[in-house]
Design a binder for this molecule. Structure first.
Ligand code: SF4
Ligand code: SF4
Length: 74
């Protein structure tokens, strides 16, 4: 299973990641997207491509942001 994190200083809460994921991995949270079904991720990268501020990271797919600003999302 992939490891997800989001840079809370970059996330604009557009929730494009939520609406674009064909597998329903994310749900809207108050401050940032939350993981609803991470086991469903097929690694397509659509959410990463649509995240305009590049605040979303999925380990093993692409790396964005700075590790000291990243929080694990669950
Ligand atoms: S697409 Fe990026 S900026 Fe938009 S809610 Fe998701 S993580 Fe935040
Ligand atoms: S990589 Fe694809 S399947 Fe995985 S969370 Fe992003 S949009 Fe969903």
């Amino acid at each position: 299973m992939y490891l997800f994190s989001v840079d809370v200083t970059k996330c604009e809460r557009c929730f494009d990641c939520v609406t674009s994921c064909p597998r329903g991995v994310f749900e809207e949270g108050e401050m940032h997207p939350i993981l609803a079904h991470p086991e469903e991720c097929m690694g397509c990268g659509i959410c990463l491509a649509l995240c305009r501020p590049k605040g979303l990271r999925i380990a093993g797919l692409e790396a964005y942001g700075h590790a000291d600003r990243m929080v694990a999302i669950a």
